[in-house]
Design a protein around this ligand. Sequence first.
Ligand SMILES: Nc1ncnc2c1ncn2[C@@H]1O[C@H](COP(=O)(O)OP(=O)(O)O)[C@@H](O)[C@H]1O
Ligand SMILES: [Mg+2]
Length: 120
Amino acid sequence: DPGLMRRAIANLLSNAVQHNSGGTVVLIALEELAEDVRIRVQDNGGGISDELKEVIFDPFVRGDAARPGDGGTGLGLAISKQILELHRGKLKLDNRNGLTVFELVVRKKSGTGEPAAGHE
Ligand SMILES: Nc1ncnc2c1ncn2[C@@H]1O[C@H](COP(=O)(O)OP(=O)(O)O)[C@@H](O)[C@H]1O
Ligand SMILES: [Mg+2]
């Protein structure tokens, strides 16, 4: 569903802007693999702690830096993950080397069969 996929990606892009300070560089890349398509939304902002990483895709979870009253609901990542799973895909967070990388993986072919493997 293009509208839902658009929403999943838009959530990641708006997070990269809203939860980091000015000057942060946000990069989006699409890569075609043998059976999957991988989209990375990456930023070099403040990063995400290991504690937050454990629960970041759970509904209503917000980071310390996300102030109450700034409009965030803590639902964006839970919704994005749900959308990917509805498309037999995966959404993962990989934060290493000072970069925050959200990776979406979906199958190129629709239908039944194994879900996208993603990668660790
Ligand atoms: N790119 C990012 N850089 C830093 N922190 C992030 C990033 N994306 C998400 N977060 C953290 O994850 C939390 C959950 O994100 P989300 O589910 O979209 O909720 P919300 O944006 O409404 O707070 C945010 O409150 C923020 O602390
Ligand atoms: Mg958000």
